[in-house]
Ligand binder design. Sequence first.
Ligand SMILES: [Zn+2]
Length: 125
Amino acid sequence: MKRLSRAQRRERFLQLADVAFDRLEVWCDAHPEATFGEIEAEARRQRRELMGQAIAVLINGRDSGVRMEAPRCSRCGEVMQFREYRAKTIRGLEGDTCLQRAYYVCPRGCGETFFPPGPDSETAQ
Ligand SMILES: [Zn+2]
């Protein structure tokens, strides 16, 4: 995901929320006899999925780990080269979030790689 402006991130979130609410509507249509507790359980599932996606928009849309100045190889000191974006899924409290992070390698073949962790990938329990 390329960097998005705040307005673009908001727009993306509203699209995701729109889809999530529609899914709840469809679920309610399919379960007309559902109790409050069952609707709540389904809403929680949808919320978890939505928030996982929302967090991905917040993190990936702000910073994907690309550096203005490439990092240097810790073995030979050579400027490392951007290779690709790699995905990393984090199972969080609010939902599962797929982070897109920039991945760098040393051009001299030292085998050194650099994969910025970005925002703290550990979640509080
Ligand atoms: Zn190197």
